[in-house]
Design a protein around this ligand. Structure first.
Ligand SMILES: *[C@@H]1O[C@H](CO)[C@@H](O)[C@H](O)[C@H]1NC(C)=O
Ligand SMILES: *[C@@H]1O[C@H](CO)[C@@H](O)[C@H](O)[C@H]1NC(C)=O
Ligand SMILES: *[C@@H]1O[C@H](CO)[C@@H](O)[C@H](O)[C@H]1NC(C)=O
Length: 427
């Protein structure tokens, strides 16, 4: 008893120190000052599922056209997506006509977007949603449409005039690191000068890495989120490689994330073809831990009730959108099981355990509660709720307890540890 109370006392002191660290430390870097993306952006982006399908004759339901976006907008409103936070409906590459107009302005392909982007934006806004668009810092977009190099101001102004609310700015066809850096900065300033609130989604670090280490402090001053690594594919291999890249670079990227600026591990591919149920759970859980933008790329007209429920899971979304805005990190990896954790507001923590062993059945894993949250996730006790793969109240745990979980191959168990009143009352 005596020993225990001494341990607890020390725990409290440590907790106070750590809590002050978590609550009052902000990312060292200033965020882009546009008041946007105070929590990670949520919405839908066409690329992974629909790519650059231009054939509206043969494939009218899946070509890149205003009809596709209008249908998605309708469903985002009517099927509960907007209500849980998915707000930005985003166009990726391949919306443009092959040439600029006679005034040097970008224009949408007139056959596929007969209402123009302004007409589409009006429609999307009438559904209470926001519209995202795509352009490129270099001479061409990745698919070969006109790039914005030499046109940053006019393009920013065009997007603002159309009522666009987000710009994804790609980095293909850019011939030097200097052009890349200057281009991303110039477009950020050009967007600011339009006076319209436009979320700025960059791929600057992704295209920097082959040349030199990106300066994330600087990137955060210009972008609301930034892609670091390869495009996501509809496969476990791809999701796994994104997680591996993120954990192996976490020292560099985790601390810079926060309200106004986020690391972007790319789209959610939940609801498509390539991920098993457990792998979809893993993507949802880890994108919440990573404070990632939640941009789905799937077909909302054809999605299973199970995938829909996972994407609309309010408890998991609440972790992703936690107002403290601290990105989680991998705590450890042992025997093919990874433990990730993320500090949340109100002294709570999210903990994810991923089973990366691709042979055999579900595995049991025991964690000591005291090892979580730098020893302070559950001091002196906490309430633990399992959120994924299904919601289950696990109950009241003490700092000294162990917790045994069962994790499916390539699946994840996501937990939320809530501080009890004892710790809160101490602060
Ligand atoms: C432009 O930047 C200034 C100063 O950084 C900021 O106060 C303002 O809100 C920004 N405007 C927009 C539209 O982002
Ligand atoms: C775009 O093309 C021009 C003409 O070839 C070239 O001078 C310029 O450096 C290119 N810009 C980029 C960003 O690649
Ligand atoms: C990164 O950028 C920031 C802000 O511009 C600057 O203060 C810092 O010196 C840069 N760091 C490096 C290593 O260049």
């Amino acid at each position: 008893m005596k020993l225990k109370s001494r341990v607890l006392q020390q725990g409290f002191l440590l907790a106070l120190r750590f809590v002050s660290l978590v609550l009052w430390s902000f990312p060292g870097a200033r965020a882009l000052d546009n008041g946007l993306a105070m929590t990670p952006t949520m919405g839908w982006l066409h690329w992974e599922r629909f790519m650059c399908n231009l054939d509206c004759q043969e494939e009218p339901d899946s070509c890149i056209s205003e009809k596709l976006f209008m249908q998605m907008a309708e469903l985002m409103e009517s099927e509960g997506w907007k209500d849980v936070g998915y707000e930005y409906l985003c166009i990726d590459d391949c919306w443009m006509a092959p040439e600029r107009d006679s005034n040097g302005r970008l224009q949408a392909d007139p056959k596929r977007f007969p209402s123009g982007i302004r007409g589409l934006a009006d429609y999307v806004h009438s559904k209470g949603l926001k519209l995202g668009i795509y352009a490129d810092v270099g001479n061409k977009t990745c698919a070969g449409f006109p790039g914005s190099f030499g046109h940053y101001d006019i393009d920013a102004k065009t997007f603002a005039d159309w009522g666009v609310d987000l710009l994804k700015f790609d980095g293909c066809y850019c011939d030097s690191v200097e052009h890349l850096e200057k281009g991303y900065k110039r477009m950020s300033l050009a967007l600011n000068r339009t006076g319209r609130s436009i979320v700025y989604s960059c791929e600057w670090p992704l295209y920097m890495w082959p040349f030199r280490k990106p300066n994330y402090t600087e990137i955060r001053q210009y972008c609301n989120h930034w892609r670091n690594f390869e495009d996501v594919y509809d496969s476990w291999q791809s999701v796994k490689s994104i997680l591996a890249w993120t954990s192996s670079n976490q020292k560099r990227i985790v601390d810079v994330a926060g309200p106004g600026g986020w690391n972007d591990p790319d789209m959610l591919v939940i609801g498509n073809f390539g991920l098993s149920w457990d792998q979809q759970v893993t993507q949802m859980a880890l994108w919440a831990i990573m404070a990632a933008p939640l941009l789905m790329s799937n077909d909302l007209r054809h999605i299973s009730p199970q995938a829909k429920a996972l994407l609309q899971d309010k408890d998991v979304i609440a972790i992703n959108q936690d107002p403290l805005g601290k990105q989680g990190y991998r705590l450890r990896k042992e025997d093919n099981i990874e433990v990730w954790e993320r500090p949340l507001s109100d002294l709570a923590w999210a903990v994810a355990m991923v089973n990366l062993q691709e042979i055999g059945g579900p595995r049991f894993h025991t964690i000591s509660i005291a090892s979580l949250g730098q020893g302070l996730a559950c001091i002196p006790d906490c309430m633990i709720t399992q959120l994924l793969p299904e919601k289950k109240k696990l109950g009241f745990y003490q700092w000294t307890s162990d917790l045994k979980t069962k994790i499916n191959p390539t699946g994840t168990v996501l937990l939320r540890l809530a501080a009890t009143t004892t710790l809160k009352s101490l602060l």
